[in-house]
Design a protein around this ligand. Structure first.
Ligand code: ADP
Ligand code: MG
Length: 471
């Protein structure tokens, strides 16, 4: 399967070749032809599976053909505004009339979609994409809108502001995309989304992307699409098989910090994201790591947009090796150099665990996701395991053994697990700690050379990885 065979415009094929994309991912192979046909779709596939191109390429294709058909010319609202000014008339801002709107849950994600769009549309200079985001200075937003971009990428809240003040007119909208629709609903954007959808033409093409199409997202998707093609990509990406996950139990904060430093010194680590529960912890830990000699930086929602952008740039350029972040701030970060994700604190919601570990193993690479867990938090690990339908092996690093033994025993009797039965140090668990083979301590011991399975990864000999579905 090639991008040519999907029938994309030559300018896009060229841009993809320059981006090093040799073949479409499975979600792209299914969504692009349907997108070109103009079909609505509801798509579920995991982070890192290439969804941005899946919706952006058919759109860019359409706009490339439209601009081939009509010669250059036509004034942007801004030019019209200036010429009316030169005629001595009172300048009037004309509402932007985008042809495509992409809604995303966070600013970072919106910026990423815009960056990818610029990349895919690099040989199509007449198609402009801009992001309209909370935290961006108002004059800047006005300036972006005055260029009358074909493609608008926005977070719902900020977009509503502009809609209500008449700065954006959706009457010419052809394509509506909801990216990470499940996250937008989780973040409480449902009313905003409904309002925005209601302001767009009935005849638009709607493409909705989500980690899941169950529940509320599925209901909304059905309401806003017409005869949608449903694409559900299961398979290795959704199980994150390229990401090696493990749990290390820790006794206390000092144990946790020592463990973190050890993990970050692993020589297979290129870049890492360390997740904390609070913004303050993100700052404190980033400071501490800097003092310890790591090129670390914090990323969280209290930072100004400019500071956030600088940090993300630093991460992309490799100047920052350890990013210490909170969930919302790190959502959607796509930096191929991230080899390790460390859950310094476990996430509040199991869904966030999936989003966190998806920061590594981008574009089919391998990654390692380590959770540092207090003994009392065994239940939270179980909730994550139930959500992902995968067991996360417990691993011990030589020299960093926890004082207490397993406090989250797992019975292999069907139905053996009950809420609350993780106390009491039951040693009959099938999932006991395993010492990482005979790996010499100075070679990173349990944190060996890249992701692998089998002995030394904490998977006890003779204990096959079982999914919850098998019980
Ligand atoms: P998702 O939205 O599903 O999480 P993205 O669109 O962010 O995925 O893409 C994940 C990564 O994969 C990005 O770095 C992107 O550049 C890369 N990518 C996407 N499609 C391809 C492809 N066909 N070949 C190679 N890399 C790709
Ligand atoms: Mg995406």
């Amino acid at each position: 399967m090639t991008f040519e065979s999907l029938g994309l415009h030559p300018s896009i094929i060229k841009a993809l070749a320059e981006s090093g994309y040799t073949e479409p991912t499975s979600v792209q192979a299914q969504a692009i032809p349907a997108g070109i046909e103009g079909r609505d779709m509801m798509v579920s596939s995991q982070t890192g599976s290439g969804k941005t191109a899946a919706f952006m390429l058919p759109a860019l294709h359409k706009f490339a053909i439209q601009s081939d058909e009509q010669p250059a010319g036509g004034k942007t609202p801004n030019q019209e505004m200036q010429s009316s000014r030169s005629r001595g008339e009172r300048p009037r801002f004309k509402a932007a009339q985008p042809k495509m709107l992409v809604l995303t849950p966070t600013r970072e994600l919106a910026l990423q979609v815009t960056t990818s769009t610029d990349k895919y549309g690099a040989f199509n200079r007449r198609v402009k994409a801009v992001s309209i985001l909370g935290g961006m200075p108002y004059p800047k937003q006005m300036q972006l809108l005055s260029r009358n971009p074909e493609i608008l990428v926005a977070t719902p809240g900020r977009l509503i502001d502009h809609m209500e003040s008449g700065k954006i007119d959706f009457s010419q909208l052809q394509i509506l995309v909801l990216d990470e629709a499940d996250r937008m609903l989780d973040m409480g954007f449902i009313d905003d989304i409904e309002k925005i959808v209601a302001a767009t033409p009935e005849g638009r093409q709607t493409m909705l992307f989500s980690a899941t199409l169950d529940g509320m997202v599925g209901n909304m998707a059905k309401r806003i699409t017409r005869d949608p093609l449903i694409i559900q990509i299961a398979g290795s990406a959704s199980k994150h098989e390229n990401i090696q996950q493990r749990v290390h139990f820790v006794d206390d904060l000092s144990h946790k910090n020592r463990m973190l430093d050890h993990l970050l010194r692993d020589e297979t680590m290129d870049q890492a994201v360390v997740f904390t529960a609070t913004k303050r912890d993100a700052d404190t830990i980033a400071d501490r790591l800097n003092i310890a000699g790591f090129a670390a930086a914090a990323l969280h929602g209290d930072m100004h947009q400019g500071a956030r952008n600088r940090t993300l740039d630093g991460l992309r350029r490799g100047n920052i090796r350890v990013l210490v972040a909170t969930d919302v701030a790190a959502r959607g970060i796509d930096v191929p150099g991230i080899t390790h994700v460390v859950n310094y604190d476990l996430p509040k919601f199991p869904e966030d665990y999936v989003h966190r570990i998806g920061r590594t193993g981008r574009a089919g690479r391998n990654g390692i996701a380590v959770s540092l867990v207090n003994h009392a938090e065994g239940m939270n690990v179980k909730r994550i395991e139930r959500f992902t339908k995968q067991l996360i092996p417990v691993s011990v690093i030589e020299g960093f053994e926890p004082k207490r033994s397993a406090s989250a025993p797992r019975s292999n009797k069907p139905g053996g697990w009950k809420p609350g039965d993780n106390r009491g140090g039951n040693k009959t668990s099938q999932r006991t700690f395993s010492k990482p083979g005979s790996a010499p301590r100075n070679e990173g011991s349990g944190f060996g050379k890249g992701p692998r399975t089998g002995s030394g990864t904490g998977n006890p000999a003779g204990a096959p990885r079982r999914s919850f579905g098998e019980r």
